[in-house]
Design a protein around this ligand. Sequence first.
Ligand SMILES: NC(=O)c1ccc[n+]([C@@H]2O[C@H](COP(=O)([O-])OP(=O)(O)OC[C@H]3O[C@@H](n4cnc5c(N)ncnc54)[C@H](O)[C@@H]3O)[C@@H](O)[C@H]2O)c1
Length: 444
Amino acid sequence: MTALESPVEIKSNSGKLGVLMPGLGAVSTTFIAGALAIKAGASSPIGSFTQMGTIRLGKRNENREVSVNDFVPLAKVDDLVFGGWDIFEDDCYEAAIKAGVLDKELLDQIKPELSSIKPMKAVFDKNFVKKLDGTYIKSVKGHRNSIEALRQDIREFKKTNNLDRAVMIWCGSTEVYQDPSDPIYNSLDKFEEALDSDSPLIAPSVLYAYSAIMEGVSYANGAPNLSVDFPALYELSIREKIPIAGKDFKTGQTLMKTILAPGFKARRIGIDGWFSTNILGNRDGEVLDDPESFKTKEVSKLGVLEQILEPEKYPELYGDLYHKVRINYYPPRGDNKEGWDNIDIKGWLGYPMQIKVDFLCRDSILAAPIVLDLALFLDLAQRAGMYGIQEWLSFYFKSPMCKPDLYPIHDLFSQKAKLENTLRHLMGETIITHLGLDYYYEEE
Ligand SMILES: NC(=O)c1ccc[n+]([C@@H]2O[C@H](COP(=O)([O-])OP(=O)(O)OC[C@H]3O[C@@H](n4cnc5c(N)ncnc54)[C@H](O)[C@@H]3O)[C@@H](O)[C@H]2O)c1
């Protein structure tokens, strides 16, 4: 692989872009309904960097600050076409009503479009999502047949909607924990053999990811399950020249962690304990009530502090950190989660202090703009000839994927700098390092 020369030649953004989502639940219907409301001028895209962000170009005294949308040739929200799969037959209007995130009044304004988006039958295996009993499932048997059926769905969706381009974003339930060190994940050859022999280790989300890549559709994983995050599929994405990204949308409590922890670390404030607990009552909460699905989420959530704080480098500050994460299913709250954090910090001479965060959060409201940005940036990446893991999109993920010989960057502000510099590089603008040494010297 050769490094991309700046500026990069980017193919045209004209025409429609398909956004395919396995899982038409709370997050995806909130995203679709939001995008339709924005199209109709009934709402605004708060939380979306692609729609509301600006980016500084050149030196500060040049006063060049442009909107992201004007700077890079992204697909327009008006040009998005939505589709997906679910294990329940509800159309997007019914699913959005059941998810209970958005007001019925808003949903009714866009009811005809929402109702017209009906799921395709899912590839599902209850062994991977123990709490759900799907009723709208493909009858094909075996991994290869499931892949062929999904590929057929993708081709059909593109043909019916007259699309040249599509992206896929996993918005399905969190699957039970899979050990990524199992040999079937290590190389494409071993993985293909496991597909041929219908290995019971291969989860449905992996079959969707494989199908997307083989159909030339870039893929992002919004959940913490493996899906596309293992060497065999990295290899496939490079071979097929398809961008992939993941994993687990960075919303709620982990978003707060990746904002707060880098601040403590920067000021060398010690942390002895970080206890995080949540109550939530949506379908995601119900799925996470199963210990095996929770384990997948727990691994994704726990890695964050370890990586940001580097206790091995700073044993005195973070060596004894006790980090605990709990999620409790509590139906009365629906999608309106509450997350509490108790942070035991220590300052000068080891004196202890405490910080309490009580985040009355709406998970899907925070996740929906991430789906939009990922769809637009993945499409941009593909048109710019970028492929394999898109680490510059780490900004959006709790467990950022990166090359196996690197460690992930969790700090939200480092992630943002990387994202912005990637856009500058694509467009042939100077990378901003914030060095500004010339400020201290008079010009000759
Ligand atoms: N809401 C957030 O802020 C947030 C943040 C990070 C990650 N996530 C992850 O995003 C995913 C979606 O979250 P949600 O709140 O929309 O959950 P949800 O339960 O409302 O929606 C998930 C949907 O996926 C469907 N599904 C399950 N297995 C499927 C399969 N094999 N094929 C097709 N559909 C399938 C379910 O029927 C359900 O409708 C979850 O994995 C969740 O952990 C959500």
